[in-house]
Design a protein around this ligand. Structure first.
Ligand SMILES: C[S@@+](CC[C@H](N)C(=O)[O-])C[C@H]1O[C@@H](n2cnc3c(N)ncnc32)[C@H](O)[C@@H]1O
Length: 247
């Protein structure tokens, strides 16, 4: 079961509050291309694809075939890319069906990471890539929200997996870490813009706060300089499945 339930309200909050435009994601576009080296023959699985924002972006940016898989019916109903039902323990694809697997802000929702790593390895061709975009335990300093909601950073440190835990789970499944890099995104032009569309329901760590902790963080956020740009860094962790040589 996911850390929070992605019902219709959560899906709507996520689409409204977390989907960014191409300019805001320019660094992600460049760094994913650097690792993926997409060609028209590349087939990528977007696992836990939510409302399909990354799946649609990768199709548009790189001209590749993207298969989206998502467990929540509400997220699938809101999706901007065709989406199959499934989850990290049950991926509805054949063995060695894809060249790469993308997981964006999903790993903390997966209840059994070693089992998921084995299932992901099954659908990945030998030598294929796993690209994980996430905030990891112990690495929250790049996320601006946590400067205001400090208690949420402590919750993330306690409840989200660390890089080491994810690398270990995938290591058991025969995959090796090849890169870890923080990548910036322009979340909003100004803090005032971010506040105008701010919704607690779009951020899992904020949903895990008490109402009092949330109110404290919100007052810190409202007291900050409204003209400052909001730049956030999540990590890109890249692993490669053992097997055939790659180009
Ligand atoms: C924060 S959203 C991210 C959605 C999308 N990847 C994105 O970045 O826009 C987390 C997603 O993970 C999905 N999820 C939860 N548990 C999962 C699991 N065990 N396997 C795959 N996806 C899962 C949720 O339904 C939700 O859509």
């Amino acid at each position: 079961m996911a850390m929070i339930e992605y019902d219709r309200q959560a899906a709507a909050a996520f689409v409204a509050g977390r989907h960014l435009g191409d300019d805001a994601l320019a660094a992600w576009r460049e760094r994913v291309a650097h690792h993926l080296r997409p060609t028209p023959a590349t087939r990528l699985l977007d696992l836990g694809s939510g409302a399909g924002h990354w799946a649609a972006a990768f199709s548009r940016w790189y001209g590749i075939d993207v298969v989206a898989v998502e467990p929540s019916a509400a997220m699938r109903a809101a999706a901007e890319h065709p989406t199959l039902q499934g989850d990290a323990a049950n991926i509805p694809l054949d063995d060695a069906a894809v060249d790469a697997v993308w997981l964006s802000t999903v790993v903390h929702h997966i209840p059994d990471l070693p089992a998921a790593a084995t299932e992901i390895r099954r659908v990945l061709r030998p030598g294929g890539l796993i690209l994980i975009r996430s905030a990891f335990a112990g690495r929250t300093e790049g996320v601006s929200l946590f400067r205001h909601f400090r208690e949420a950073a402590r919750i993330l440190d306690a409840r989200f997996p660390s890089v080491e835990a994810v690398v270990s789970a995938f290591g058991t499944a025969g995959c090796t870490e090849i890169a870890l890099e923080p990548i910036p995104q322009r979340t909003a032009e100004t803090l005032a813009d971010a506040l105008a569309t701010f919704d607690r329901a779009a951020h899992t760590p904020l949903l895990l706060l008490s109402d009092e902790e949330y109110a404290t963080g919100l007052s810190r956020l409202r007291a900050a300089d409204p003209t400052e740009p909001v730049i956030d860094c999540l990590d890109l962790l890249v692993l490669r499945a053992q097997g055939a040589a790659h180009a």
